[in-house]
Write a protein that binds this ligand. Structure first.
Ligand SMILES: [Zn+2]
Ligand SMILES: [Zn+2]
Length: 340
């Protein structure tokens, strides 16, 4: 039987042939269906964008106020050139979506980046059955096994409490879109939360579409530094070891990244703590998801593509690597850990 697939990998990105649109393209195209707001998936220069309603303010903030965006709700069906498409929660960050495409009864799902644990902020991951499934594999090695959100939240809260008792300010380092909001949620109610303005701006965008975030104040490094004493500050990775962070007196610093699970404490000696929290599925999360989709064919797009597709083939799932240029936003956190 002829392979009924209707997508193709091009130099601009993944292309839906009958639909004539691209999924998270990396070069300018007429119509881009966007899975979520991270920079490797949502790029500049598209004539028109289609994304979830929650992603709109993120795209406007990061790409430009004047871009043309069509938004949909999760599960809402739209027909584009005969292809039925709908977005379904990916549980990765607020607004993140899996893209379901159906053409002549054949279903292909592009997962984007996804996370199967409910973090209490992003709409929880929804499994979508399909004929072909395009999965990421950022943490596609058996060594990656995340604690449950409740468990790492308790560890983080204990750390904040200890710092407070020692007269220290708890400074968390995490990516501004996704990780920062997770950190806020994890330590909600344990002190006043100050965030860097890059995080504050994204928070405002999310709040503008009705997302309920924990209370926070945007940090002003000229004026509000003294009031951070004994409280909580959240900064993006670029500020780790910067002069700005050094202005915060009596600080204890923690890096929040999935990569912290295997780097060992010596790797974060210039930080005081590390918490392995990630916006991506761990090894079991990836495998359980791939199996549950019941897809006859699986494409593995970024991260540990070789190991993960080999493993899938060994357990009887037809998987191939798809050479995309999606990265992961946690790379900046990874570089931080590896170079210190
Ligand atoms: Zn992402
Ligand atoms: Zn990504």
């Amino acid at each position: 039987m002829k392979n009924p697939t209707f997508i193709r990998l091009t130099d601009k990105g993944i292309y839906c042939i009958p639909g004539k649109f691209y999924i998270d393209p990396w070069k300018p195209v007429d119509l881009a269906v966007i899975s979520h707001g991270h920079g490797d998936h949502a790029r500049w220069g598209m004539k028109k964008y289609l994304c979830h309603r929650f992603t709109k303010p993120i795209l406007k903030h990061r790409i430009g106020e004047d871009i043309e965006i069509q938004t949909v709700e999760y599960g809402e069906e739209t027909i584009i050139n005969g292809v039925k498409i709908s977005l379904h929660p990916a549980g990765h960050i607020i607004g993140s979506a899996q893209i379901r495409m159906e053409y002549k009864g054949y279903v292909i799902v592009f997962s984007g980046d996804y996370k199967t644990d409910d973090d209490g902020l992003s709409t929880p991951f929804e499994l979508v059955k399909c004929n072909e499934f395009i999965t990421e594999s950022t943490f596609g090695l058996p060594i990656y096994n995340w604690l449950k959100p409740q468990e790492y939240s308790e560890l983080m809260q204990t750390w904040v409490q200890q710092n407070r008792e020692n007269g220290k300010t708890s400074v968390f380092i995490g990516y501004s879109l996704g990780k920062a909001q997770r950190i806020m949620k994890s330590i909600e109610g344990r002190g006043k939360i100050f965030v860097h303005q890059s995080i504050g701006k994204l928070n405002e965008g999310m709040e503008s579409v009705g997302i309920d975030l924990p209370e926070y104040e945007t940090l002003n490094f000229q004026e509000s530094l003294k009031s951070t004493n004994g409280e909580i500050v959240i900064l993006p990775p670029a500020l780790f070891d910067s002069n700005i962070i050094k202005k915060i007196p009596n600080r204890a610093t923690a890096i929040c990244s999935g990569w912290m699970q295997v780097r060992g404490s010596r790797r974060w000696r210039s930080a005081d703590a590390g918490f392995a929290i990630s916006d991506h599925a761990d090894w079991n999360g990836l495998i359980e998801t791939v199996k549950a989709t019941e897809a006859e064919k699986v494409y593995v797009t970024h991260g540990q593509t070789a190991v993960f597709s080999k493993y899938l083939n060994e357990i009887g799932i037809n998987a191939v690597e798809l050479k995309t240029i999606f990265g992961d936003e946690e790379t900046t956190e990874k570089e931080l850990i590896e170079t210190k």
